[in-house]
Write a protein that binds this ligand. Structure first.
Ligand code: DAT
Ligand code: MG
Length: 155
């Protein structure tokens, strides 16, 4: 990982894949300056979904959430950059797209809480980023590379 780098886990959810928003979401993260270090287009199984959302196991919406996230392919990714986890969360906007500010990914691309387009690791849950990355990727699947504009992106 580069010195500026913190890694975070990001997933384009099945609704956004179906609605052709994978490119838009990747483009926003790329344009911001974040660096893509891993990606897999996959359909996750229920076991992985339950583990990924384990913190919500007791919530009334858990079964619906697992059903939704396994209902079609997702684009699972690892993005790296300075303060990446918190910055991606800010770009995502509030959990409910109805409350997410215009200009955020959820605020621009979604309307409904149960179809909120994107997942990103919670910056208020220490270690969530590394834990989620490890659920979806082997370390050997993550690519270390030098971004040519790094000296212009970071002081
Ligand atoms: P976030 O995805 O912003 O981290 P979260 O971790 O609280 O939000 O919840 C995980 C997902 O579960 C969220 O993206 C959408 C769904 N969800 C959260 N609260 C919900 C609720 N009250 N009813 C239905 N789905 C909900
Ligand atoms: Mg969360």
């Amino acid at each position: 990982m580069s010195e500026a780098g913190e890694r975070t886990f990001v997933m384009v959810k099945p609704d956004a894949v179906q609605r052709g928003q994978v490119g838009e979401i990747i483009s926003r993260l790329e344009t911001r300056g974040l660096k893509l270090v891993g990606a897999t287009f996959t359909r996750i199984d229920r076991e992985l979904a339950r583990e990924h959302y384990a913190e919500h196991e007791d919530k009334p919406f858990f079964d619906g959430l697992v059903g939704f996230i396994t209902s079609g392919p997702v684009m699972a990714m690892v993005w790296e950059g300075q303060d990446a986890t918190r910055q991606v969360r800010q770009m995502m906007g509030a959990t409910d797209p109805a409350d997410a500010a215009p200009g955020t990914i959820r605020g621009d691309l979604g309307l409904d809480l149960g179809r909120n387009v994107i997942h990103g690791s919670d910056h208020e849950d220490p270690g969530a980023n590394e834990r989620e990355i490890a659920l979806f990727f082997e370390e050997s699947e993550l690519v270390e590379w030098e971004q040519i504009d790094e000296t212009w992106l970071y002081e």
